[in-house]
Ligand binder design. Structure first.
Ligand code: CTP
Length: 426
């Protein structure tokens, strides 16, 4: 197998009983063609010997932050020999720079806590802070420890910083308790890393513009017109697009969500501001996904002072906001253009009309009358309508999975455009 040919994997092993599984993880990576460098913490060496992992990885296992000088250059191993001078380099910096990915499996509550707080008191914790490579952790511990709010909070913090977490499995634990905390089988972990590295190539070199959330149109200084959009769908798309290697510009209306790691976020309030931000990025991007629920109307005249209550009632005169997507459809050149249609009835016919009117490559339809899909929930059930009349139905899924489906559908459009450009260039 050559799935990981040419990849440098840095495997951190920390001190839990599941450390014995790291031997099989190393074997899995080697079988897939990777170069593996193991770093063990002091406690990990109480569960499995460095010699075992050294033999399987065919590389010297690193354990110390400040090792005494190498007896000879060969001892430094290929991961640590400088390519220019062929001399051993400073361990944590060299290891951090060479790795394509850092995996910590098993990851104890201790290393998770240290990483979440930037504590660098041994080789492994230091090199994770020194690396620019993506970091994946696979927690394994007693179920009470895993569920502890401190550990969960630390994992959330790591996720918000872009660290990938391989969820532990539920089952019978070494401590004789039943619950969530078991390290998944080595082949599950190896497959996760293979898929992760593969996905990182999928949108590499592409620029993706995503809009998310509602817009908010002022009536007076205290009131506005808006809608129920939470922004979750657009944020999930931005997050996955970034994980797939794209440079991502997220233009967001008011939401309570934090920016996904590594994404350029522009916050806007009104449809007019969203239009301005979108038009600024549009010429340079390859893909636009308009998940935002743009308010269709705004008041014609925004009052400077708070409108006072009157017995005669109140009539507001509304005017249409600019249709941003329709404008993009008119001016688009190379961009793949994807819209959303939030509908409560006649889903497909309305969606098809928008697909044509806005000159889209495809449109994602969701039935916002369902309680479990669309606005303000974590899940979505979509249909995708294409220009040739094809319609694909998808089951109810978490919004991150829906994001993967949508981005997966965009890949063939990008490939087609590349082929067209190549032909044009000939
Ligand atoms: N959209 C937009 N600018 C607007 C209104 C909508 O860019 N002023 C985009 C949305 O981001 C979405 C798509 O157009 O991708 C469809 O939005 P939707 O609200 O479903 O449709 P409308 O065109 O507004 O039509 P209607 O409200 O009548 O369903």
């Amino acid at each position: 197998m050559t799935l990981l040919q040419g990849k440098n994997i840095l495997l951190g092993v920390t001190g839990g009983i599941a450390a014995y599984k790291s031997a099989e993880i190393v074997r899995g990576f080697k079988k897939a063609g990777a170069q593996v460098q193991v770093v063990m913490t002091r406690n990990a060496q109480r569960f499995i010997t460095p010699l075992t992992l050294e033999t399987l990885s065919q590389n010297r296992v690193m354990t110390e932050m400040f090792p005494s000088s190498y007896e000879d250059e060969e001892e430094a191993g290929p991961f640590l020999r400088s390519t220019s001078t062929n001399l051993p380099e400073i361990d944590h910096i060299a290891l951090a720079q060479r790795a394509d990915v850092v995996l910590i499996a098993p990851a104890t509550a201790n290393i998770i806590g240290k990483l979440a707080h930037g504590i660098c008191d041994d080789l492994l914790s230091t090199l994770v802070i020194a690396t620019k490579a993506p970091v994946i952790v696979a927690p394994a511990m007693n179920c009470n420890m895993y569920e502890h709010p401190v550990v969960q909070g630390n994992l959330e913090k790591l996720k918000s910083l872009g660290v990938q977490v391989i969820e532990p499995e539920a089952g019978f634990l070494a401590c004789q308790m039943e619950g969530k905390g078991r390290l998944p089988d080595p082949d599950v972990i190896v497959t996760f890393v293979v898929n992760f590295l593969h996905n990182r190539q999928r949108l590499l070199g592409k620029k993706v513009l995503v809009t998310a959330g509602p817009t908010r149109e002022a009536i007076d200084p205290v009131r506005f017109i808006s809608n129920r959009s939470s922004g979750r769908m657009g944020y999930a798309i931005a997050k996955v697009a970034r994980q797939w290697g794209a440079e991502v510009f997220l233009v967001s209306g008011p939401t309570a969500l934090a920016a996904p790691p590594g994404v350029h976020l522009t916050r806007v309030e009104t449809a007019a501001e969203m239009r301005e931000a979108v038009l600024k990025y549009f010429p340079q991007v390859d893909v636009v996904i308009k998940a935002a629920a743009v308010a269709d109307y705004r008041v014609k005249e925004v009052k400077d002072q708070k409108i006072k209550k009157k017995d005669s009632g109140l009539v507001l005169e509304l005017e249409e906001t600019p249709d941003i997507l329709e404008e993009l459809g008119r001016i688009k050149e190379k961009q793949v253009l994807v819209g959303f249609a939030a509908e409560t009835q006649n889903l497909l016919s309305y969606a098809e009309e928008k697909l044509r009117r806005k000159n889209l490559d495809f449109i994602v339809v969701n039935d916002v009358s369902r309680k479990d899909a669309g606005f303000e929930v974590e899940t979505n059930a979509i249909q995708i309508v294409y220009r040739n009349g094809k319609v694909t139905d998808y089951p109810l899924m978490p919004k991150e999975k829906v994001a993967e489906v949508i981005l997966g559908e965009i890949l063939p459009f990008l490939a087609d455009k590349e082929t067209q450009n190549r032909h044009r260039g000939e």
